[in-house]
Design a binder for this molecule. Sequence first.
Ligand code: 5GP
Length: 139
Amino acid sequence: MSTIFSQIVEGEIPARVVYEDETTFAFLDANPLSPGHTLVIPKDEYERLNDLPDDVATDLYATVQQLVPAVEDAVDADASTVAFNNGEAAGQEVPHVHCHIVPRFDGDDGGPIHAAMGGFADLGDDELDEIAADIESRA
Ligand code: 5GP
């Protein structure tokens, strides 16, 4: 069964489409966190960021980069929070990669991306060294 976002791409579910090219697609979020909240997706279904083939990842980023100023300018935003919920444990509800572009305004009630975790992780130097080395060995 195709994802709800694939159904939007196919025109089976209505959406306020703001951009489309051969491989990527963008539309307004149905439950906007702020005016102009936009979702940017690959047309083909991939669940998580690292499922994207390199060329699709490149296209997706190019569309995000193109749309951030377009979205900000359209709603006269001061900034934007640009984020992926990458996996269910991170809050991803639709299993089809999507980038949120959420316009932000001076004095709005939103927090920085750090607010998602509600606090800092308590990690010692040894743990941090170990984690850094582990990531470096896999990168
Ligand atoms: P997630 O939590 O997976 O990162 O975000 C999914 C987003 O998709 C949510 O912000 C939700 O409002 C949006 N969404 C879910 N269903 C639809 C839909 O049918 N149409 C549109 N335009 N947005 C949707």
